[in-house]
Design a protein around this ligand. Structure first.
Ligand code: GDP
Ligand code: MG
Length: 287
């Protein structure tokens, strides 16, 4: 299946709500639908004010919504990094899809002939390391595990060292799931960050938050706290398949000003697409 048709399929439930938005009878009805679509109060107000000032003559809201949504989603520009190895840290709440996304990213980068190494820095769950090992074997990815009770920071350290000597292109750091309210785990994430800075002051190049789309509006509050604590550089939205809450992507871009980097569309290693605002909004509003 092509990436575009998997995106089309994954967005089915979210699209059902957005196509009713396109055909709303008036702006009050549109407002109610956007709120139902997990766009949230702040972003819905923003969209409505843009529509009011657009004086669009069209019979439905499709064109005006298209322009506004693309504009919101393409604003947080993403800066590519050229460091070698590039260091990418993955964080998020338990079960959001961090480990799965790491495996998908490793697969994707290796297809682009990049040499990838993974730090299994989730040292809390033995099952997490095992899960990564299975994925890594399948994709032939190098992986560094915790030795004799090493903590998450030490695993990251060993991995980066190995990446430098082995001339790897990308280091992917998996981490333990943390609730944004747990100070100890947030401190651990900061420690991993400091370990990266020992190698290079501007490392890690990226810290991406993995956000489960099915949590909808709650994801915004989570993301705000993670961003405040760790200074994120991007977001990956997972589990878009099968949820009607895909509208949450709009407040993520507008209210956090963070670029959406990838979308998780399923449980297999191929189910990851790079985010592209135009194509996404086209799928979202297509009837
Ligand atoms: N449907 C769907 N399931 C996903 C996606 N990403 C991850 N999952 C599932 O979510 C569960 C938790 O994933 P995992 O990567 O272990 O989460 P972690 O705790 O954040 O590392 C697993 O059952 C994954 O198969 C996705 O994009 N779509
Ligand atoms: Mg995990």
């Amino acid at each position: 299946m092509s990436l575009l048709s998997s995106l089309n399929q994954a967005l089915e439930k979210t699209r059902q709500i957005f196509t009713t938005a396109v055909n709303a009878k008036n702006i009050e009805e549109l407002e109610a639908i956007l709120l139902q679509a997990d766009v949230g109060v702040t972003s819905t107000d923003y969209i409505l004010s843009k529509i009011r000032s657009s004086k669009s003559e069209s019979k439905n809201y499709r064109d005006v919504l298209f322009d506004i949504l693309v504009n919101i989603l393409q604003k947080p520009n993403y800066k590519m990094h050229s460091s070698k190895p590039a260091i990418l840290m993955i964080i998020g709440t338990p079960g959001s899809g961090k480990t799965t996304t790491i495996a998908k990213l490793a697969n994707l980068e290796q297809k682009n002939n990049k040499k990838v190494i993974i730090a299994a820095s989730d040292t809390y769950r033995a099952a997490a390391a095992h899960q990564l090992e299975i994925w890594a074997k399948r994709t032939g990815t190098e992986i560094v595990f915790s030795q004799k009770g090493q903590d998450a920071g030490a695993v990251a350290f060993d991995t980066i060292q190995k990446a430098q000597s082995g001339k790897f292109d990308i280091v992917l750091i998996d981490t333990a799931g943390r609730l944004h309210t747990r100070k100890d785990l947030m401190d651990e994430a900061k420690k991993i960050k400091r370990v990266c800075q020992k190698f290079r002051s501007d490392a890690p190049d990226d810290i991406w938050l993995i956000l489960d789309a099915t949590v909808g509006q709650n994801g915004i509050e989570q993301a705000k706290i993670f961003h405040k604590e760790l200074n994120l550089t991007g977001v990956v939205i997972t589990k878009l398949d099968g949820t009607a809450k895909g509208g949450v992507i709009i407040p993520i871009a507008l209210e956090l000003g963070l670029p959406i980097r990838y979308l998780g569309l399923g449980e297999t290693i191929e189910d990851l697409v790079e985010f592209e605002p135009n194509g996404f909004v086209k799928e979202l509003l297509s009837s």
